[in-house]
Design a protein around this ligand. Sequence first.
Ligand SMILES: *Cc1c(COP(=O)(O)O)cnc(C)c1O
Length: 383
Amino acid sequence: MKKPVQDMSTMEDKSDNIVLFYPQVSDLAKQYVVDTLNSRWIGQGPKVKLFEDRFSKKFGSNRPAIAVGSGTDALHLSYILAGLKPGDEVIAPLFTCTATNIPFLYMGVKINFADIDPETMNIDVNHVRDLMNEKIKAIVCVHYGGLPCDMDELQTIANEWNVPIIEDAAHAVGASYKGAVIGSISDFTMFSFQAIKHITTGDGGMLIVKDTELLDKAERIRWFGIDRKSKQAGIWENDITEVGYKYQMTDIAAAMGIASLNEFDSHSNHRKTLFKVYEEELSKCERLKIIGSGFNDREHGAWLFTVIVEDRYTLQKKLRDHGIESNQVHFRNDRYSIFKEFTYGKIFPNMDKIEEDYLVLPLHTKMTENDVKRVCFVIKSGW
Ligand SMILES: *Cc1c(COP(=O)(O)O)cnc(C)c1O
């Protein structure tokens, strides 16, 4: 059998391997899940409500929070609530998880991809400004790795054209911009609780909405279009007048989420400390540039630690030989055939420049500061 040239598949979590991601599931989360399984409610019930309230208090300055089955559900829901219709156009990031952009394809919305800012890999606000026109009905941004985008500049553009901003904050739980926690800023902010995110509920998501009047509609769309409150009150008059989805979170998942919120600060601080150790260790490394480092006006959420390196593949191979997993994680979305109709013939010079050169290093709550130093030692010994 012919062996592949280089095997960069997922590494085994064994001996002293340092893997790229590890789900954060605490004993408290396990206990809360068992408690829930022993209770009367396991589907969407009181724990979902409690999780929403607590999450909103911590990250959404008490704005309405709607818990759903995934981050993708939350994004789709936000696009519906933003009033997007077939034929509408949006500006969205070229470089992101496909989850950001796939819901537009459900809806027949046309995507105008914006290039990256090469310093942060976030959306390039100058490109956003160039792309704006009266057909654009929303701007979507992603806080890549956990570094908040240039929200003031984006808000200025959004105000000028009177369109909402939807923040994909899947990477940015616990991040902040000019003192404001991510979740408390824009019209819509979406979070993901997928397996390897800061907070995991197995799969799950949360949407924070600024306009409190949208809450009832959001809750209906989450559940087929049915008004559950009046249904549960035993009233039969329950016409369904808008098509909804089955996007709710379960109490089993919410139990994990509540536990994670209780422990969030210590986990988040640990991630931020590891991020700082990487910065200190690698800041003088000449063949490498750290993405999203050195900002004083915003705090990084420390989900991904990303570097730009020469000979990325050689470094990745060397790290692997030393039992350290690394990878690119996200890819420019114009590589996928499903998005070709929106990207055909367009060029994205900033993305073109670094698409082969970025690399994500391990960062998760199972790691110690010494693990980070071990990764950095291997890097600093050259490749
Ligand atoms: C994880 C992620 C999402 C949401 O993904 P789900 O798996 O649906 O929770 C959205 N955007 C980005 C950038 C992500 O990393």
